[in-house]
Design a binder for this molecule. Structure first.
Ligand code: ATP
Ligand code: MG
Length: 428
C-alpha cells in the first residue's frame, strides 16, 4: 500500500525539538546509506506539540550493522535484537524494521526477547526483519505507527494515523479482537493514550476491550507492572483511571480493590483525589516512587483492611503488615509488584501510628529514620484529604523544620527525577 507522505512544509515536526542524541543517530545511519526514521511515540507527540518521553529509531540496518557503526551501542533482546545507543542521560532505542510475527498464536508480538525454539532445538530467527510498511502495521495503534524520515524531513503514514491524530481517535491497527488477544497489554495502553492525550477510543476497539478485558490475566506480570507504573505516572492518572473504570479493565487488574471502590462513592473519591495529587506532582516535575504511589492509591483500602484485622484481635502492627501483604501479594500474580515495594508500602502504613506519639524524644528519632519522609507525605496527604489531624500535622511540620533529617547519603543517591529529597512536595 502506498503511504500518505506529508512534506516538511506541511507539518510541524522539527529536528530542533528532538534531542541531539536522536538527531545524531538518524544522521549517522543516513550518512552510511541506510533508511532512518523516528518511529512511534516521538513522532506522535511532536505532531501534537507535546514533549516526547523518548525517541525510538527504526532503520533497515541490521543490529550487527548498527553495532559496528556506534561505539556506544549495546544489543539487547534475544529473538528480536534491538540496539540501545547510549548517550549521557539518554538511550536511543534503534530497531531494524520488523516483519509481522507468524500467526502461531503462542507469541505476543511485542513480547520480544523471548527465544522461540523449534523442534530441533534451534532458535528460529527467520522472517524477523521486514519492510517499513510491515513494521508500521505491526504496531499497536495508528497514531503510534507514524515515521519521520530524516532523509527529506517528511512524515510517512501507512496506517491512517495522521487522520486519527486530527480526529483524536485511538484506533487499533487490524482487528481489535485479534490484536488484543495477541497482546492483552495493548488494552491498557489504549486507556493510557486515551487518558493522556484526551482522545476517544474508536468504537470497535472500545467494545473489543469491554469483551476481552479478562485476557489481561494472561499478560506477562512483569510487563503489567511496567505498564501499571506508566498508567499512574503519566501526569494524567485521573483521566486514565476513568478510562480503566469505563472499559472495565480496572477489575481484572485489581479485583478486590475495584469491588471495594464500587461499594461506596466516598472510597472512589479518595482514589480520584489521590490521582489528582499524583498528577499535580508529576506536572510540577516531581517523581513519586512506586511504593508511595501504591500506598496512596490503596491507602484508604488498606486502612479498611487493617481495621478489620484489628477488630478480629490482631495487634495494630500485625494487622498492618498482614492486611497489606494479603492484598498486595496476590496482586503480584498478575502485576508483578516487586517484594521490595511491598515492604516499603508496609513501612509507610505501619509508620502512620508513630505520628500519634509526640512525647519525649520519639519525634526526633522518627524523623531521622529512612522511612520518615514517605510516611510523612502519606500522613500529610491523608490528613488533608480527610480534613483530620490538623494539630498533629502542624506539630510534625514544625518538628521537621527544627530537626531536618540528616540523610546526606540518601540525598546523594537521588537523581533529579526522584521524590524531592526535602519532602517539600506540595500537597493541595
Ligand atoms: P510513550 O509516550 O509512553 O513512550 P510510546 O508510543 O512511545 O509512548 P512505547 O512503549 O515507548 O510507547 O513504545 C514505542 C512504540 O512501539 C509505540 O509507539 C508502538 O508503535 C510500539 N509498541 C509499543 N508497545 C506495543 C505493543 N504492545 N504492540 C504493538 N506495538 C507496540
Ligand atoms: Mg516511547
Amino acid at each position: 500500500m502506498e503511504p500518505i507522505i506529508l512534506k516538511r512544509a506541511d507539518h510541524n515536526v522539527s529536528r530542533q525539538n528532538m534531542t541531539s542524541a536522536a538527531v545524531k543517530v538518524l544522521y549517522r545511519l543516513k550518512d552510511e546509506g541506510y533508511t532512518a526514521y523516528v518511529a512511534g511515540g516521538g513522532v506522535r507527540d511532536l505532531l501534537l506539540n507535546r514533549n516526547p518521553k523518548d525517541f525510538d529509531v527504526a532503520t533497515n540496518a541490521t543490529p550487527e550493522q548498527i553495532r559496528k557503526m556506534f561505539r556506544n551501542c549495546r544489543l539487547v533482546g534475544r529473538r528480536f535484537r534491538l540496539a540501545h545507543i547510549l548517550f549521557r542521560g539518554e538511550v536511543i532505542e534503534t530497531a531494524t524494521f520488523r516483519a509481522p510475527v507468524p500467526d502461531d498464536g503462542d507469541e505476543t508480538v511485542h513480547c520480544e526477547n523471548t527465544l522461540r525454539v523449534g523442534e530441533s532445538g534451534m532458535v528460529m530467527r527467520d522472517n524477523i526483519f521486514g519492510t517499513p510498511e510491515e513494521d508500521a502495521m505491526r504496531r499497536d495503534f495508528t497514531i503510534n505507527a507514524l515515521f519521520y524520515n530524516i532523509a527529506d524531513f517528511s512524515i510517512i503514514d501507512y496506517a491512517g494515523g495522521l487522520k486519527d491524530l486530527d480526529d483524536k481517535i485511538i484506533r487499533v491497527i487490524g482487528e481489535p479482537d485479534k490484536r488484543f488477544a495477541e497482546d492483552p497489554v495493548r488494552m491498557i495502553r489504549a486507556a493510557r493514550f486515551a487518558g493522556t492525550l484526551g482522545f476517544e477510543i474508536e468504537q470497535e476497539a472500545y467494545e473489543s476491550i469491554c469483551r476481552n478485558k479478562d485476557l489481561l490475566a494472561s499478560a506477562a506480570p512483569s510487563r503489567m507492572y511496567e505498564e501499571v507504573q506508566k498508567l499512574f505516572f503519566c501526569g494524567h492518572a485521573k483521566e486514565v483511571f476513568q478510562w480503566l473504570e469505563k472499559t472495565g479493565l480496572l477489575h481484572p487488574m485489581f479485583h478486590d480493590f475495584s469491588h471495594w471502590i464500587d461499594e461506596d462513592k466516598a472510597r472512589h473519591d479518595w482514589v480520584i483525589q489521590t490521582l489528582e495529587q499524583m498528577d499535580r506532582w508529576r506536572q510540577a516535575g516531581l517523581r513519586v516512587h512506586p511504593a508511595l504511589l501504591f500506598s496512596l492509591i490503596f491507602g484508604e483500602y488498606h486502612e479498611f483492611l487493617i481495621k478489620q484485622l484489628e477488630e478480629g484481635g490482631q495487634t495494630p502492627h500485625d494487622a498492618s503488615r498482614n492486611a497489606i501483604q494479603n492484598h498486595l501479594r496476590p496482586m503480584c500474580d498478575n502485576v508483578r509488584v516487586p517484594k521490595q515495594v511491598i515492604y516499603q508500602v508496609c513501612d509507610i502504613m505501619t509508620n502512620q501510628r508513630r505520628f500519634e506519639r509526640t512525647q519525649g524524644r520519639r519525634p526526633q528519632r522518627f524523623i531521622q529514620t529512612r522511612g520518615f519522609l514517605d510516611a510523612f507525605l502519606f500522613f500529610k496527604f491523608s490528613s488533608k484529604a480527610h480534613n483530620r489531624n490538623q494539630e498533629l500535622l502542624e506539630f510534625w511540620t514544625e518538628q521537621r523544620k527544627s530537626n531536618p533529617p540528616k540523610q546526606t547519603q540518601r540525598k546523594k543517591k537521588r537523581g533529579p527525577n526522584n521524590t524531592n529529597p526535602d519532602g517539600e512536595m506540595p500537597i493541595e
